[in-house]
Design a protein around this ligand. Sequence first.
Ligand code: NAP
Length: 255
Amino acid sequence: MTIRVGVLGAGGRMGREVCRAVRAAEGLRLEVAVDPHNAGDTVEGVYVRSSHAELGPDDVDVMVDFTHPSAVYANVCDLLDAGIHVVVGTTGMTDEQLEDVSARADASSANAFVAPNFAIGAVLMMHVSQVIARYLPHVEITELHHDGKADAPSGTALRTADLIASAREDAPAPVMGEVIDGARGADRAGIRVHSVRLPGLVAHQEVLFGGEGQTLSIRHDSIDRSSFMPGVILAVRRVADAPGLTVGLEALLDL
Ligand code: NAP
């Protein structure tokens, strides 16, 4: 059976890449493109509409959201309430918003899948970091992104910090001593997170562990947005079979 797919944010950097990947994927059909600021254009031969308001399960099976932190929560609520499965790549939803999305998905015939990072290498970086943190609990995260990114820290950095915090048994005492506020980065679950924003970058992260007389660093670099596409396509294929809310691509992988 062909899965009819729609893309929210179809005119953006990620949205255009998703439209291309959906068109190229077997068993998937790009049916709908939504982007209020690119309405009237076409992306991959599909007319871009300004809103998803009129859409229902008769029109589309799965909507993929790569929009903006300020828009994603309302989009996801609308889609779940309309009975349309949703795959979310947009970062920046708060923990409270995710809790509400979970409750809405439970109450809906549609499911939600949210991943802060769809690149397999990034998922492995997070997985391995949890293992390392059990032996080297002193850790800091540096994430580096292009200067068009709207949120800091990145969703991947926040997720990595949460996973490490849940995996390590002892949280070392924080080392502060800031002469200028912010010099030690942000605090997420007791882990310092540093955000770099520069043109030329795509999406990168280093998790740096320190121990007695040694350091260990794990680094992932997305050098092209195509790195996210196999994960997005996998989630589109699987979201209908994952009841409620699922968070993280690792839920679909046998790690
Ligand atoms: P982008 O180039 O700014 O694209 C976002 C697009 O969505 C823009 O065309 C924007 O229009 C449009 N838009 C804004 N509000 C909308 C709404 N309510 N409905 C439909 N479209 C709307 O951003 P991007 O680089 O593609 O990134 C998008 C999101 O994906 C960010 O949150 C980023 O962090 C995240 N991301 C996630 C992953 C992952 O693996 N999970 C990977 C890369 C990026 P305007 O620009 O005119 O506002």
